[in-house]
Design a protein around this ligand. Structure first.
Ligand SMILES: [Ca+2]
Ligand SMILES: [Ca+2]
Length: 175
């Protein structure tokens, strides 16, 4: 008289044994990390961390691509990188528009106008000033004969004729 038992990883009577699908919770389930892919195999299973994670499949730790881990990041030099579990994203900094991989300085001094917030336009004095685009910003200068900081430029005054144009650099806070 003898009895048969299925090997570990198999279900059945002992005469007929079929593989447990541990990935679907059979035979005690699996120990794969929640950020891993479980693959059923005959008699066992394997775990592999999702892309963007490092580890053996049971332990998976997010790569911080923003500090160069994993495959790093392709954020533009004028973008902020934000790490996320399994990934990351890029946002252009103030003064630039784009998808974060490509960031282009706004044409502040263009003739289209518009608000600073929407990217176009500038706050230079409408009369007596000159706007100069810089990378991610712009500079307002009062023309010779006008006095002010570039955002406000007063009319001609006798004493101002002698003086160099004043200017103010528009500074954006980086968020
Ligand atoms: Ca299995
Ligand atoms: Ca990440």
């Amino acid at each position: 008289m003898y009895t048969c038992a299925c090997n570990t990883g198999f279900n059945g009577t002992g005469y007929v044994c079929t593989d447990c699908n541990e990935c679907q919770g059979q035979c005690g389930g699996n120990t794969c990390n929640s950020s891993a892919i479980c693959t059923n195999t005959l008699g066992s299973y394997t775990c592999a961390c999702d892309s963007g994670f490092a580890g053996n499949g049971v332990s998976c730790i997010d790569y911080n691509e923003c500090i160069g881990q994993g495959s790093g990041n392709d954020c533009n030099q004028y973008a902020n990188c934000t790490n996320t579990p399994g990934s990351y994203y890029c946002n252009c900094t103030s003064g630039f528009y784009g998808n974060g991989v490509t960031c282009t300085s706004y044409d502040f001094c263009g003739s289209q106008g518009g608000s600073i917030q929407s990217g176009g336009g500038n706050e230079c004095a409408p009369v007596g000033s000159t706007c100069l685009d810089t990378v991610g910003s712009y500079v307002c200068s009062c023309n010779p004969g006008y006095v002010g900081n570039g955002f406000t430029c007063g009319g001609e005054s006798p004493e101002s004729v002698c003086c160099l144009p004043s200017q103010t650099h528009k500074v954006f806070s980086s968020t």
